[in-house]
Design a protein around this ligand. Structure first.
Ligand code: ARG
Length: 578
């Protein structure tokens, strides 16, 4: 249960102050003995014409302030503050029981039942390398999909492949002149990039190349067999390369309708815009103007009549709506395309599609490298993701191998490889997800693989070590306790862990509402830190009493469930030993 939310609702109901406002005002006192939440009554003084301490007293005497959690929540006035305290015993018992019943599916809800949510992410361009920027959309989009699924929404994962446009005319031309079948089989993207670069070099001296390319693109658009076959080969082989990366990242899609898919649907869109009187001519091109909105016009048809990126997006949005009647249509695409999406959604709105309000652009920042790192390049961003993953997994393996050697060599190379894959990939994903998505990321090896920092290795390590305690207990015939005996977990450090666990479910909802997986990352990091503090200062397997021992084991188990569940939402796996 989200107690802060409950309290905010109750106070709002009594005082008439907006719930969001109350929520914002509620503080978490710096020390646990001061209570769990505090509501300062100053803001109400004006409207109620009363001194804050009096307001606090009135509220404390009103049973409605704890409605919905009467058993575990109590309120008291302390000066101008209304302080709330949770009953540690009740909370320990209820929460740990609920978590252990749900296991690592804890946090699941039916909130979104019956609603379709489209999450479009990754969307790389055919014939171009998958760089670290595409990794951002891929990892972020996967996590947002996981989060919405967890909340019961029916999520449809779209990969809006960049598989259309005039560059295919160039690729076809270049392939016919310089294509190498063998190289294509080994690595299609590399070969296609090579011939694409060559095309541009050669075209500087030979103008006819551009003409041939235009001609080939036209043939492709007209559905000419040979050109279509080549285009299809480029697409299929590129996709094979992308699939390897997706597989390694554990990312799946339900729909690969790329830009090409929508090209046949564009004439209908153009007709519709014409019918609504939205199309205007501008320097030969057809555009929709946004003068009143203070935005540049959105181009729909180029002066030569060919379609562009925005028109394909319009057709795609209409298709998605007709096909899925979505509750949300989410585009996980970098911030540089913000204007593009404002225009596309704006055209839809002008055309009378109110559902345009349910189309959301979820933007994100850039990945930057700390100077001097092995991967930094002048352009900063063209590092291939595969290389980044490979290097990270190698570095992770070094650390794990070293740790294992220090413990007396308790791992085989095979185990080390398996563990490093999970931890290394997790470290990369966490780096992308641990802060607000619109912030740029400063990438650094040492930070990312710091087993004690705000990292996936730290979280996975916390999980693995806790699991090993549970295994050890099991070997000694000790099982986590259940029911009333959990009420003995009332120590400050135990309570801090339990408190942070209570906020997990609402962190999932907040992450969904704001399209910000970092909310979950931050919550499980807090749980892990609180747990490690407890672990370092308290005994678990040789706790003072048998009751405490087994109750603490239950707490360990609950922490594992929640960390695993939270990491899963970020697309990160766990290992049982590390
Ligand atoms: N393929 C584009 C790129 O790599 C991203 C596509 C974004 N999605 C969209 N519906 N426009 O830049």
């Amino acid at each position: 249960m989200d107690y802060k939310e409950l309290i905010a609702g109750n106070i709002s109901g009594i005082t008439g102050l907006e719930k969001e406002k109350v929520f914002e005002l509620i503080e978490i006192p710096p020390r646990l003995d001061m209570g769990d939440f505090a509501f300062p009554c100053f803001t109400l003084a004006k409207t109620l014409h009363k001194a804050p301490p009096l307001i606090a007293q009135d509220l404390a005497g009103n049973s409605a302030v704890t409605a919905g959690a009467e058993e575990e929540l109590s309120a008291a006035a302390v000066g101008p503050y209304l302080n709330f305290k949770l009953d540690r015993k009740v909370l320990a018992k209820d929460l740990i029981t609920a978590i252990r019943e749900a296991g690592d599916s804890y946090g699941t809800s039916k909130l979104g039942e019956g609603k379709n949510v489209i999450v479009e992410f990754s969307s790389p361009n055919i014939a171009k390398p998958f760089h670290v920027g595409h990794a951002f959309t891929t990892i972020l989009g996967d996590s947002i999909s996981n989060i919405y699924s967890k909340l019961g929404y029916n999520v449809i994962r779209f990969n809006h492949l960049g598989d259309y446009g005039t560059q295919f005319g160039k690729l076809i031309t270049a392939w016919r002149l310089w294509g190498d079948e063998k190289a294509m089989e080994t690595d299609a993207i590399e070969e296609l990039t090579r011939i694409y670069v060559k095309f541009h070099q050669e075209a500087k001296n030979d103008e006819s190349l551009e003409d041939t390319a235009r001609d080939n693109f036209r043939k492709l658009e007209e559905g000419n067999e040979e050109e279509v076959a080549l285009w299809k080969m480029f697409r299929d082989l590129s996709l094979e390369v992308f699939e390897k990366t997706y597989k390694r990242l554990g990312v799946k899609f339900d729909n690969y309708n790329g830009e090409s898919y929508y090209s046949s649907r564009i004439p209908a869109v153009v007709d519709l815009l014409k019918e609504k009187g939205l199309l205007e001519e501008s320097e030969g091109a057809q555009v929709v103007k946004f003068d009143e909105e203070g935005m540049p016009p959105c181009m729909i048809l180029k002066s030569d009549g060919t379609t562009i990126y925005a028109s394909r997006d319009l057709a795609a949005a209409i298709y998605r709506h007709d096909e899925f009647n979505f509750y949300r249509n989410i585009y996980v695409v970098g911030l540089p395309q913000q204007l593009h999406f404002r225009q596309v959604f704006g055209v839809l709105k002008k055309a009378g599609f109110d559902w345009a309000d349910n189309c959301i652009h979820v933007g994100f920042g850039l990945l930057k490298f700390k100077d001097g790192s092995a991967f930094s390049t002048r352009e900063g961003n063209i590092i291939k993701l595969d290389e980044l993953l490979e290097r990270t997994v190698e570095k992770t393996a070094e650390i794990i191998r070293k740790n294992a050697a220090e413990r007396g060599g308790d791992m085989t190379e095979e185990e080390i490889a398996k563990i490093s894959e999970v931890v290394g990939i997790g470290a990369v994903k966490y780096t992308y997800l641990k802060a607000g998505r619109e912030k740029d990321i400063l990438f650094d090896w040492d930070d990312m693989l710091d087993f004690e920092g705000d990292t996936a290795p730290y979280l996975i390590y916390t999980y693995a070590r806790t699991r090993s305690i549970l295994r050890k207990a099991d070997a000694e015939g000790l099982a986590p306790s259940e029911g009333d005996s959990l009420a003995c977990l009332t120590g400050d450090e135990e309570y801090a862990v339990i408190r942070s666990l209570t906020d997990f479910s609402s962190s999932v909802e907040r992450a969904a509402e704001s399209y910000e997986p970092f909310v979950i990352a931050r919550q499980i990091a807090l749980i892990a830190r609180n747990f490690n503090r407890f672990y370092n200062n308290s005994r678990i397997l040789n706790a003072e009493t048998e009751e405490l021992k087994t109750a603490r084991l239950a707490l360990c188990d609950a922490v594992c469930d929640v960390i695993k569940s939270g990491l899963g939402l970020l697309g990160i796996g766990v290992v049982e030993k590390m």
